[in-house]
Design a protein around this ligand. Structure first.
Ligand SMILES: CC(C)(COP(=O)(O)OP(=O)(O)OC[C@H]1O[C@@H](n2cnc3c(N)ncnc32)[C@H](O)[C@@H]1OP(=O)(O)O)[C@@H](O)C(=O)NCCC(=O)NCCS
Length: 115
């Protein structure tokens, strides 16, 4: 299930986000996590199974354009190809799909097209 990011999960969230190709630099990663903490239009969710956090998906909500952009999607390498990526997208569509069009950006497009 998806849970909302909270500060106590910062380290695990940063570890997961660091698998995104453009988030390898620590300064960039810290800036990204601050944005998810401070900007109410940026929302980060974590995928939790039993007590383990195995994935992360982050979105930007654009009220004006009525869309939600999937900015980050990442799964722990030991748990890939088990459908977690697809399930995270499905849950984001359930959360936002009624009021917003859920779309990708350049960084997430190739996987989201697959879903
Ligand atoms: C992309 C990612 C989140 C997929 O998570 P996952 O839980 O393994 O995804 P699922 O199990 O739901 O789906 C697996 C399928 O997606 C495909 N896939 C994985 N990464 C992909 C990518 N970047 N573009 C397109 N397809 C991709 C797999 O090849 C697999 O295909 P198959 O079903 O035909 O074998 C994961 O590979 C990851 O964390 N990658 C590193 C971070 C990243 O690059 N994110 C941006 C992706 S555009």
């Amino acid at each position: 299930m998806l849970i909302r990011y909270k500060k106590s999960l910062e380290k695990i969230a940063m570890g997961l986000l660091s698998f995104m190709p453009e988030e390898k630099d620590v300064k960039k990663l810290q800036h990204t996590i601050r944005e998810y903490e401070d900007n109410e239009n940026w929302q980060l969710y974590l995928w939790k199974e039993n007590d383990d956090v195995l994935g992360a998906i982050g979105v930007e909500i654009n009220q004006g354009d009525a869309n939600v952009i999937i900015q980050h999607i990442t799964v722990n390498p030991s748990h890939r190809k088990q459908g977690i990526g697809h399930k995270m997208i499905d849950e984001i569509r359930v959360i936002y799909g009624e009021n917003y069009q859920v779309i990708a950006n350049d960084l997430t497009e190739s996987f989201i097209k697959k879903c």
